[in-house]
Design a protein around this ligand. Sequence first.
Ligand code: TUI
Length: 331
Amino acid sequence: MGMNTRVTELLGIEVPIVQGAMARIANASLAGAVSEAGGLGIIACGGAPLAWIEEQVGMARSITSKPIGANVMLMDPNAGAVAELLAELRVDVITTGAGSPANYMQLWKDAGIKVVPVVASSALAARMERLGADAVVAEGTEAGGHIGELATMALIPAVCDAVSIPVIAAGGIANGRGIAAAFALGAEGVQIGTRFLTVDECTIADAYKDKVIKAKDSDTIVTGRGSGHPVRCLKNAFSRKARKLEDDLAANGDELEAMYVGSLVRAIDGDVDNGTMMAGQSAALVYERKAAAQVVAELMAEAQALGALDLGALAAANARRERARGASSAQ
Ligand code: TUI
């Protein structure tokens, strides 16, 4: 099952699959299972108390001796304290989302941590490379949660052409076909969130998992575009109401703000009508509940069966791209 790319080498993992950080969802149970299966599990620190983060990192380390990552949500008012705690805990990898990690990059690098910012444009990817990022996750708008504008199909090759560090593709990938497609676009790894929502080790309520499994391709909605914080989640009474209220933000701002308080946790606890069920468009491709290790094995088997992971061919294609990039920037 093993398959080495610059991403597996950099992160010290066996298969080029990173588990997406899902706020209030991705805990030690999920991250430990994905890492133990050979991918990189990520503990999501967004909105979490420091004591919880420390506890979860410890628990993940008791589940697996393989590398473990953590994610810092940069819009979190507590991001600075989380950044320092993770440096002290010396997690193996830090990914960041929803902003620029410029202020923490040196702290983490000095702690020997691999830094992998999540970006939604080639401009930010190039900035992250200049700041010393070890790799980037390029996340298309198909993803769940807080999203950018560009679709994965256009974003991944643009980011690959803009940087020399390895690119991990995210947004809309939930099976081996998606992995093969991402590699064809130049990525050397994938980040997958939504597919891991329904695995046995993911501790969200069964009702939330059932909604992901039932979702079709048109069953996600983006709220918050008007306020500058677009978030993709499953359609339900709550997200439809939020979208309606957004039509008159000036009049409904306070009501919206009150609605959102605790809405992630409500969904996670099973209130699928009154909570925010973050999920990506790839929810349409999630059909069942099984163990994380089984999902990882299936993803790799399917990607390899597609013949798309011919590493010799991919290395040659990437070298050609790199030469073309050098030639064009020398002009
Ligand atoms: O961060 C994410 N996805 C997230 S964070 C999150 S937590 C949350 N909780 C409640 C309400 C809202 C959010 C849920 N999902 N993905 C990574 C990502 N980062 N996608 C897009 C970006 C991004 C966008 C703009 C990164 C940087 C950026 O601009 C940075 C700059 O300073 O130029």
